[in-house]
Design a protein around this ligand. Sequence first.
Ligand code: IMP
Length: 186
Amino acid sequence: MLHYVTTNPGKLREASSYLGEAIESYEYEYAEIQAKTLEPIAAAGAREAYREVGEPVVVDDAGLFIDTFDGFPGPYSSFVEETIGVDRVWELTESETNRDAEFRCVLAYCDGTPAEDESDGTLAVNCFTGVVRGEIVAPRGTGGFGYDPIFEYEGETFAELTPEAKNECSHRGRALASFAAWYDDQ
Ligand code: IMP
């Protein structure tokens, strides 16, 4: 069985809406290492989650990258949401002329297979990335989670979309599509 490892109900809702019964949720908070990109964070999380679960796992690491702040908060999105909050991120961006931003999501899969050319016990991980570009706007909408109310894509914020509609265009939906195509082939 494939386990989708997260403590975030919003991520789980979207993954379940896409992958249905192919996944079983597993609530576990893996340590997030510090890195400038999402891939190493997701890969380390997948290895730790596999050691916890003992069966194939997928973990999901995501972030909001704002152009005018050179990609900040990016890998620090979680810390920024917990400290200053989403409304404050909008306020900081409001006076900028360029409010372009992108969401990125990396899904990392680990099933315990040793990595090639590794004799130190490192486990292989496959990463699948999804990106969506949009604009930071004043908060709107009551759905979604995290930064969804301030991220607008083609006239609607992600918080104004159902999980299914968000999956059709979102970073997570794109990463899920790429993962599902690969997983079906296995
Ligand atoms: P993490 O992937 O759990 O580390 O999430 C990083 C931060 O991005 C957290 O503050 C999440 O709430 C936020 N986040 C992750 N995915 C999404 C999304 O799809 N929409 C809005 N915020 C997200």
